[in-house]
Design a protein. Sequence first.
Length: 168
Amino acid sequence: MSDLDFLRNVTLLMEFEPSEHEAISKALKRTVHSEGEVILEEGSSNRALHIIRSGKVRISRRVDDRDVVLNDLIAGQTFGELSILEDGFATATVAAVTDCEILSLSVHDLAHFLGESPKAAAKFWRAIALDLRTRLVQTNDIVRTYFEVNRALVENPTFREAYAMCNR
């Protein structure tokens, strides 16, 4: 599948016109990553929006010396959205679960493209908002699950003992 055909199926770019897909495709930088490779480290500088062209990546955060998995993303999904919105630092670690190909659009190139096409900018920022809303709902579900497990550990001594045995 050509990059143009692929871009038509990327969640953030689905509403774009063919000419808009073409303009974006010219600015994309392609990288290939091996299974297990860290693509983006939490806290590192990131000045790009990344699109998964193929493969699968895992998003995680470091909490008390442990990696907490937040989400797995597949071809057509994106990461780095928060970095383009604010200070340019990765809020999570992104690692390749499988061999993968990533297409990256720099903040500079994205800003130039959106500045030249207000209609494309409106479509893009709406898509970003909807995508981040979906991820926030997923994160809320994770937090709810952690809260329920924590409550069960605190309130039920039998469950607390079983949990402790499983995590030794």
